[in-house]
Design a protein around this ligand. Sequence first.
Ligand SMILES: *Cc1c(COP(=O)(O)O)cnc(C)c1O
Length: 397
Amino acid sequence: MTDFAHTRALFELPEGVVYLDGNSLGPLPKAAAGRVMRTLRAEWGEMLITAWNRAGWMGWPARLGERIGRLIGAPEGSVMVGDTLSVKIYQALAAALEMRPGRKVILSDSGNFPSDLYMAEGLIRTLGQGHELRIVGPGQVADALDESVAALLLSEVDYRTGRRHDMAALTARAHAVGALTIWDLAHSAGALPVDVAAARADFAAGCTYKYLNAGPGAPAFIYVAPEHLPAVRPALPGWLGHERPFDFSPGYAPAPGIGRMRIGTPPVLQMAALEAALDIWEGVDMAALAARAEELTALFIDLVEDSCPELSLVTPRAPARRGSQVSFRFAEGYAVIQALIGRGVIGDFRAPDIMRFGIAPLYIGEADIRRAAAALADIMKNRLWDRPEYRARAPVT
Ligand SMILES: *Cc1c(COP(=O)(O)O)cnc(C)c1O
């Protein structure tokens, strides 16, 4: 059984703060500062360029990929770290379209993250082959799958509402019409048990700065089902994805496996932080994490619904249909979130009217949930959000 009091003690959590925004940026693992400092001083400082070999920097993207693979049910040799999630989505989608010549539709839903949709539009323009991005409501995806669809591009958990798709069922449905799937795991990896192999996902990608806690700007990861790897021709063929980068040959030849999804020089300092963040996951039982997430999200929903009748729940009530997040709708949600932050309860806001609360069991407990719900009840009941300074929008919401 995982001891969540122990995992909580491994994070820097400022006194007096209830942090319900780990779905945007996870908190600092205490060990990360020392780990990054070691890379700065003992590796970069002492070894200079030789650290690529002597400190093993060049092998980190693959090694860290293996460790993330264990959290998402990926077999060995199928996950690579690097770049940003938007870039990894582009790579996966480009590969999928090339594997389905003759099909012109990318199917996605209105709950997908805008960057995923923008990447799809950009790729369509670059290819110039008449592809089309078709966007349907989250409940219409299964029915919209037909034999025109080359690729189904979805976020497993909706970043705004927390609604969770059934990855295995939709993947099976996509495969039945001959389409490939690309799953965005931004709000799944480290939030829920994920099993890309059991779900038979073709491609998946996610970020490491949200529930995996690797820090702002930490690199993304990409998963490619091993049976597809030989057929994947990278659309962004960088030198570090070459089979022999240090031949510096003018012609590109892809690395034999998942290595071909690398592009260029990886962010070493962020990978040091990622390594420290992943240490915390050693020994975390994902089933225990899921049970705890279910308990805490249900408690938050109950407490808020009992005390804040003005707020409407947008997250599904059925635990299996939601991620580790709870969202409520309220027209003045932005101001409410600012008032909460003023009381040390940090959530966030997504336009036009959604208040989001990420509930990461690694460091959030029942006392946090009760404190956050009580603060929200007080702010709503006494209209404490109704002040001009809480309405002034900052660039990041
Ligand atoms: C956070 C998020 C992203 C962000 O992509 P970056 O390239 O890392 O900025 C993409 N997709 C989803 C679903 C997200 O929630």
